[in-house]
Design a protein around this ligand. Structure first.
Ligand code: ADE
Length: 253
C-alpha cells in the first residue's frame, strides 16, 4: 500500500480536526494509508507566556512569527525523519497545480508549516524550508486551509486511495483537460434529459462523446489548459469540429 505522512505545524491545531476526519480521507487515515500529525507551534515556544510572534523590525503594522519556535518545531520532526520535505504555505509560494500535486505524492513524508499574522521571519524560509506553496493568488488568514488543500489533493493521488483505481486518473486535469459532464438518474429531470448516447450501451461511442465534451469544456472555459495539453491527432480533429460547431452557434445567435 502506498502511504504518506503529513506533519502539520500550526498555531491552530483544532482547525484540522473536522475537515480531516470526514469521508474518504478519514477512511484512508483509519487504514493508515494517510497519517496526519498536527503539532502546535506554541508548544515549542519558551518562557512563561510562550510568545510566538513579535513586531516587525523596521516598523509597520502586524506581527511576525518568531523564528525560534518554528525552527524548533521543524527540527523536532527532522531529528527522527531527516528526509522529510519541509513546505511553507504562503501566498508567495509557487502556485499549486495538478503536476505539482503529482510531484508531491512521490514524497513519503511532508511537513506543512502554516504561517499566520503578517508572515514568518525570513530566516525560517532561508534556512529551514525546502519549498513554498501557494494555493492561489489571494491571501488567506493563514496557511491552515492551504495545508488542508495540499493534504486532500496529494492524498487522493495515492494508489488505492479512491478504491476505484481509475478515478483519479480520469479527473479534470489528469490529462490537462477538464472533466466531461456527468449524469445520474433520473433520465428526465424537470424536462432536462440525459444525452441519449449515455443510455445507448455503445461504449466506444460513449468514450468518444466524453472525450469530445471534455475537449469542448476545456476549449470554452480554459483555453490556456488546452494549449498545454497533449492532444492526439484524433483529438485535434475533434477540436476542429468543436470550433466549427462553436462558430455555427455564434452565427445563429
Ligand atoms: N497563506 C495565506 N494565503 C495563502 C495562500 N494563498 N496559499 C498558501 N498559503 C497561504
Amino acid at each position: 500500500m502506498e502511504t504518506i505522512r503529513f506533519d502539520v505545524l500550526t498555531l491552530f491545531p483544532r482547525m484540522f480536526e473536522s475537515p480531516l476526519s470526514e469521508s474518504i480521507l478519514q477512511k484512508a487515515r483509519n487504514r493508515e494509508q494517510v497519517k496526519v500529525i498536527v503539532h502546535n507551534i506554541r508548544d515549542f515556544a519558551h518562557g512563561r507566556h510562550r510568545v510566538v510572534d513579535d513586531t516587525p523590525y523596521g516598523g509597520g503594522g502586524g506581527m511576525v512569527m518568531k523564528p525560534e519556535p518554528v525552527v524548533r518545531a521543524i527540527e523536532s520532526i527532522k531529528k527522527n525523519h531527516p528526509s522529510a520535505r519541509v513546505i511553507l504555505m504562503t501566498p508567495q509560494g509557487s502556485l499549486l497545480d495538478d503536476s505539482h500535486v503529482c510531484r508531491l505524492v512521490q514524497y513519503p513524508h511532508l511537513v506543512l508549516m502554516c504561517g499566520r499574522y503578517e508572515g514568518v521571519d525570513e530566516r525560517v524560509r532561508l534556512g529551514f524550508v525546502d519549498e513554498e506553496i501557494s494555493i492561489g493568488d489571494y491571501v488567506l488568514t493563514g496557511g491552515e486551509l492551504a495545508a488542508m488543500v495540499v493534504i486532500d489533493a496529494v492524498s487522493r493521488q495515492l494508489d488505492g486511495f479512491l478504491g476505484n483505481e481509475s478515478a483519479a486518473r480520469d479527473d479534470s486535469f489528469s490529462e490537462g483537460l477538464l472533466e466531461y459532464p456527468q449524469y445520474t438518474k433520473p433520465r428526465n429531470f424537470r424536462g432536462l434529459r440525459v444525452p441519449e448516447i449515455l443510455i445507448s450501451g455503445n461504449h466506444k461511442e460513449i468514450r468518444r462523446w466524453r472525450r469530445k465534451e471534455s475537449i469542448r469544456k476545456t476549449w470554452l472555459r480554459r483555453p490556456d489548459l488546452l494549449k498545454k495539453s497533449k492532444l492526439s491527432a484524433e483529438d485535434c480533429k475533434t477540436l476542429d469540429e468543436i470550433e466549427r460547431e462553436g462558430r455555427l452557434c455564434k452565427g445563429m445567435a
